[in-house]
Write a protein that binds this ligand. Structure first.
Ligand code: URA
Ligand code: SF4
Length: 214
């Protein structure tokens, strides 16, 4: 019975492993980001997809909903995916940290990047997701994901748009959609063009991976 399950239960095993990790994340107190969170944000999408997207961490809307990329940056991410006929049900989306990183400034909480210590504390969950999903292609969104996944000295402005081999996956980094939203005028057009170029490169690899499966 066990061996039959192992041979045929790939998707079920993957789902069960992710469900177990998600339960662990929901009650995790391994770093201080647990203190102010409303919800943990584990990940969404298709765990059988060849393509995994890794962002930075939940913001205000994600903390409130428990879902990744549901705010303004998420809307832009939808547009970026739609540019190559992808949608979020066709990819798996997660983040480096599963709880919101923010500082109190004046009366309100302002998002900030996770510290290296926070990213390290949360890394076993991301590693678990990578092991369960075994993506063939990884797209890192922004600096923190690129530093965690590709190389701790990664410089997004200099090193984005190039393929790296990581965890057996073709891995690229592009600008984070929230960074794109902070640009104006010429810089905005230039940044958008680069992201559009990057997503097209990623989509070529996605199509190759899907063709191999058929
Ligand atoms: N930014 C991220 O990096 N991740 C999210 O889930 C939302 C915004
Ligand atoms: Fe745990 Fe990660 Fe949340 Fe820190 S950010 S409390 S390590 S789930």
């Amino acid at each position: 019975m066990d061996s039959l399950f192992d041979a045929e239960g790939g998707a079920e095993n993957r789902g069960e492993r992710l469900a177990e990790l998600s339960r662990q994340v929901a009650v995790c107190t391994k770093c201080d980001l647990s203190l102010n969170r409303t919800n943990t944000v584990f990940g969404t999408g298709d765990p059988s997809s060849p393509l995994m997207l890794i962002g930075e961490g939940p913001g205000e809307n994600e903390d409130a909903s428990g879902l990744p990329f549901v705010g303004r940056a998420g809307k832009l991410l939808d547009d970026i995916l739609a540019a190559v006929d992808l949608d979020r049900d066709m990819v798996y989306i997660t983040n480096v940290v599963k709880c919101r990183a923010a500082n109190r400034e004046g009366g309100r909480m302002k998002n900030r990047p996770p510290t290296a210590a926070e990213a390290n504390a949360c890394d076993p969950y991301l590693q678990g997701q990578l092991e369960a999903i075994k993506p063939e292609i990884i797209l890192c969104l922004g600096g923190p994901a690129s530093k965690s996944i590709i190389n701790k000295n990664f410089r997004i402005t200099k090193d984005r748009g190039e393929w790296h081999e990581v965890y057996g996956a073709k891995t690229m980094a592009t600008f984070h959609p929230a960074y794109v939203l902070r640009q104006h005028g010429e810089d905005l057009q230039k940044t958008k063009r680069l992201v559009w170029r990057d997503i097209q490169e990623v989509y070529k690899e996605y199509q190759k991976a899907m063709e191999k499966r058929n």
